[in-house]
Design a protein around this ligand. Sequence first.
Ligand SMILES: Cc1cc2nc3c(=O)[nH]c(=O)nc-3n(C[C@H](O)[C@H](O)[C@H](O)COP(=O)(O)O)c2cc1C
Length: 245
Amino acid sequence: MKVIGIIGSMRGKNSREYEIIKRYLKSEKYKNAAIKILTADSLNINFCQGCCSCFNTGICPLDSKDDMKKVKTDLLEADLIIVSSPVYAHQVSGFMKNLIDRLSYWSHTFHLIGKHVIICTSTASSGSEYVLSYLKKIMSALGCIVIGELNVTNITSVDELNEQFQHIEIALSESLNNFDNINITTFQHVLFKSLRTNLIKVNGYEHNYWMNNHMFNYFTFKDYLMYKLSLQKKQSVDKKFEISL
Ligand SMILES: Cc1cc2nc3c(=O)[nH]c(=O)nc-3n(C[C@H](O)[C@H](O)[C@H](O)COP(=O)(O)O)c2cc1C
């Protein structure tokens, strides 16, 4: 299992988010996982320039100039993504917003379809509800399955934190073991339908992406997700078979 964590705090390894995520990943479940944690202070991500090249061509001209290409590769290769931001003025940090802007064209193509996500935030006392609901919405728009959240304030006890870890463990196992347990949001359903209706009529990069990935064959997000998950399952069985040969 590949796990990628992205922490939107410039305090990097000194941040509380880093400490919590590290603690969570110590669980037996991740013993054999390949884990990578990227922190805001270790990444150079430029501001989106608003050129819309990503929406029109699938290519961002900034990707060759900063670390975004690396981040995208890590996200695409991951089985589990942990997205984390401190609460700054009742929202995500500037770094995290910047990163999301650079990824937002993937919300028209569901590039991260079926990837499991844990969202995390740390706050002194208030504002976590805005950060959690924003991160949840954005990751859903990218096609991810948000399985749980870590929410820490200055007064969160170790017991409360362990309880949050446990909830995530249960949700992750249920989601991985049975496709029927996967939680699809109304937002994903509506987004898929409206994009499908619009993109089927308009030629261009996004239309071609949907065409090449057989997305127009599916009328709902759930049907497309089930198709992708069964494809991934088949690929992993084929891979195991190749290795055993
Ligand atoms: C610019 C800035 C804005 C902040 N805004 C809030 C806020 O709105 N509400 C709050 O309770 N704490 C706020 N804080 C405190 C941080 O959310 C808190 O210290 C958090 O635990 C930092 O997480 P980290 O250690 O993972 O970086 C703010 C901190 C900074 C630096």
